[in-house]
Design a protein around this ligand. Sequence first.
Ligand SMILES: Cc1ncc(COP(=O)(O)O)c(C=O)c1O
Length: 405
Amino acid sequence: MSTATQLIHSIPVDPLTGAISVPIYQTSTFVQEAPGVNKGYDYARTGNPTRAVLEQLIAQLEKGAVGIAFASGLAAIDAIVKLLKSGDEILAVDDIYGGAFRLFTNVYDKFGIKVNFVDTSDVENVFNAITPNTKLIWLETPTNPTLKISDIEAIAKVAKASDCLLCVDNTFASPVLQQPIPLGADIVIHSATKYLGGHSDLIAGLVVTKEKELGDKIKYIQNACGAILAPFDSWLVIRGIETLHLRVKQHCASAQIVAEFLEQHPAVDKVFYPGLKTHPNHAIAKKQSKGFGGIVSFTLKEDTEEAAVQFVTQTQLFKLAESLGGIKSLVSHPANMTHKSIPAEKRRAAGVQDSLVRLSIGLEDAEDLVADLEQAFRKVVGQATNNGGILSNIETVLENNFTNQ
Ligand SMILES: Cc1ncc(COP(=O)(O)O)c(C=O)c1O
């Protein structure tokens, strides 16, 4: 059975009524026959049937043992850090999502948890940076926003040999493209706000663990700390997942076209997209993923914040907004938006230059997206290009881009 068919039929029909859409159990509590005698649920922070469907679904999609749903991606990350104790260290990818950086450093530092940031795209850097106190390796692959790729399988071996947990933030890839658990990761997290939800209409986070025992510990933290996902938002994520396969396929195809357009544009300096052969870890991306995702970043030859701000305020289809992974294309300027909480020197050292622009490729026609970028370049730098060659290639790219599923 194909992955798409499996995905659609992993969402159960309601056993009670036959409803084909998962019912939303909008309730805080459940009536008990006698104290402790109930139908599997007692209080909705501890467990809710709608949330339980989502939790089982994401565990299946990521090929893990336990799924746990949180009120946001950051709440999911927070629950993982709570597995640690004072004196423990996290070894994290240097080009990390700004909110995770803020949580690790500004919140957990005072509880005695230290973080070392390294460029994990070279496994040797990970190996060399591990200390006896390292208890958690934190990867994003691809990273946000420079689309760095780290070798999950190789780093999982290093983690295992050093007796520490490997957690992969799989937000950018989604389980349709990449499944870190079969590659050796212990934990996967998602900002389900992005591709899983898919419609820019909710905030949600998910955790999946490889082992039941670890999953139970995180479930305990979920209940004890209380940052659960509400029933309606759980239902929205389930509904998003129903079309995940199709959406991701199109995001990937259009992103490849946009990346190739940017690569030949005279105003553009560097393009970051794992689907480009020029990407330093293109081969690793190809090995561990079924596609290269819907996010493309680039820097301008005029590497200033001013030039980037001018560009991101000139696009029309690409809306200037935080977030990614929805049906509408978005543009953002990380230095001033998602990565503002990272000090400028650290940000630049991680490759997030002042002019870096991040695109989340939506489900509009790729041809229209390229035309929108072209008109924005023309307004900002007055450098028009002939994009006919790229546009005439669109059909071929659409056919070839998603073949190794
Ligand atoms: C890679 C990544 N992880 C985690 C998060 C945090 O997720 P949320 O905004 O749902 O809390 C984000 C948010 O942008 C993200 O991009």
